[in-house]
Design a binder for this molecule. Structure first.
Ligand SMILES: Nc1ncnc2c1ncn2[C@@H]1O[C@H](COP(=O)(O)OP(=O)(O)O)[C@@H](O)[C@H]1O
Ligand SMILES: [Mg+2]
Length: 167
């Protein structure tokens, strides 16, 4: 339990700084599997879209909170993570095959983690949807509109270094 709790404390801004969003998520997924034994399958295909530092940090934190919840509550064996382009939107989706929960929890003032995710999404102008049902797993989707297409055609993804140091 302590190790699970550490996941969100463990955020290394340096990791995002140095590697950018995609590599940081890959790293986190690997780390998570080692810690929890839960398999995390990644599908990352951002095309030419870039995500700036502030939004990368928010998406990464949301991802970490979903991982923490999955480890704590779901009993899932498998996670599917997708970070994909849909038009000019970046879509982050985290799906688990765990026990799910009743969606009435979404409205509960006790659900501070879920509320926090929603708030983070709101702050970067993204929409967040959580779908869950008892025994049918949980799916968290974040849709971030207005990501800029990369203009210079280079492969490098946005890292915090490319921008001012906003968090
Ligand atoms: N992936 C998940 N699988 C099963 N239940 C979940 C999942 N994510 C959240 N929950 C349920 O939603 C509740 C609220 O989550 P959250 O707001 O993060 O609070 P906390 O994790 O502190 O309990 C959890 O207590 C749990 O019952
Ligand atoms: Mg939580």
């Amino acid at each position: 339990m302590r190790r699970v709790r550490d996941i969100s404390l463990d955020l290394r801004p340096a990791m995002l700084d140095d590697l950018g969003l995609i590599a940081a998520m890959e790293w986190q997924a690997r780390e998570y599997r080692i810690r929890t034994g839960v398999h995390c399958e990644l599908s990352i295909e951002l095309g030419d879209l870039m995500v700036d530092a502030e939004r990368s940090t928010a998406l990464f934190r949301i991802f970490q909170e979903t991982l923490t919840n999955i480890a704590r509550h779901s009993g899932a064996r498998n996670i599917q993570l997708a970070l994909e382009q849909d038009g000019d939107c970046v879509v982050l989706q985290v799906k688990d095959d765990g026990r799910g929960f009743n969606e009435s929890k979404l409205l509960s003032p006790d659900s501070l983690g879920l509320l926090g995710m929603r708030e983070r999404a709101l702050l970067i102008g993204a929409g967040l949807e959580i779908r869950s049902r008892p025994r049918e797993g949980t799916m968290v989707t974040v849709v971030l509109p207005g990501a800029a297409a990369e203009s210079n055609g280079q492969q490098t993804r946005t890292t915090r270094r490319d921008h001012t140091n906003r968090r």
